[in-house]
Write a protein that binds this ligand. Structure first.
Ligand code: URA
Length: 258
């Protein structure tokens, strides 16, 4: 490729990233009455960003137990190549549970979900929605990194899914956000492409006799970074606005960069 074209492509690429970073980080103001703080509201008519589990101590203890079990788990061969298991993290009072595919190299190194480039974009999306990262829960379909970030194998999903199902049942979020095709297809037990799944609410059934939980699928932040377009970026934001609206919270509006 001639040098001039390479420079132009690089410049365009950098410009696209700057635009996306700006889109999800700048100029959002809450529409309607802003929330005074993130704790539970005294006024029952004002929805809160956090929920109050009936048995908080038990929920916390059982979530800790899952962390221990995931650390000791050796069910799949990928447990042998991992540096750390990545059990997931966040508030046990979360109303939103974000679920991705599997840890990457950064997550494997730190034992924390979504801490690499895709994670930084996810943090911005969460903030743009009016939440702090610590106010939601973040996890993955797999708790271990597949070598070279290959796609998860069916047997790995089957082995690992019970951890996530228990976390969902304990946290009992109001909404699950499935990030990307793997999470959406795994949780909804479908092979439909993400383009057909995103943007609408589905019911996720946490277990027999349990109330279904609303699930919104959207594009994975890594996909958004790889396939930048104003249209893809807008689609993710439209999906997240539906989530905030469904929670009864004020939808932050952009004042610039839209
Ligand atoms: N991608 C994922 O799906 N999960 C992570 O934790 C990081 C990147």
């Amino acid at each position: 490729m001639p040098d001039g074209k390479e420079d132009m492509d690089r410049e365009k690429f950098i410009q696209q990233h700057i635009e996306m970073e700006n889109f999800f980080s700048g100029g959002f103001v809450p529409k309607g009455n802003p929330q005074p703080d993130s704790s539970l509201s005294e006024d029952m008519e004002t929805p809160s960003k956090l929920k109050q589990p009936a048995d908080e101590g038990k929920v916390k203890a059982e979530l800790e137990q899952i962390v221990k079990e995931a650390k000791d788990c050796r069910k799949c061969e990928i447990a042998l190549s991992r540096l750390n298991s990545v059990p997931g993290e966040g508030s046990h009072r979360a109303r939103i549970f974000f679920i991705g595919e599997a840890p990457g190299a950064d997550e494997d190194a730190l034992g924390r979900p979504f801490v690499g480039r895709a994670g930084q974009l996810l943090d911005k999306i969460i903030k743009a929605m009016g939440f702090e990262r610590a106010e939601v829960f973040i996890g993955n379909i797999l708790k271990c990194r597949p070598p070279e970030n290959r796609t998860p194998k069916a047997e790995e999903i089957i082995n690992c899914l019970p951890f996530l199902q228990r976390q969902i049942e304990l946290i009992n979020p109001d909404i699950i956000v499935a990030l990307g095709a793997y999470a959406a297809q795994g949780l909804l037990d479908t092979t439909k492409p993400i383009g057909q799944l995103r943007g609408q609410f589905f019911d996720y059934y946490p277990g027999l006799g349990k109330k279904p939980i609303k699930l919104m699928a959207t594009f994975h932040p890594a996909y958004l970074l790889r396939n930048y377009s104003p249209d893809n970026r807008r689609k993710v934001w439209e999906d997240m606005k539906k989530v905030v609206t469904e929670l009864g919270l004020p939808v932050p509006e952009q004042t610039k960069n839209d």
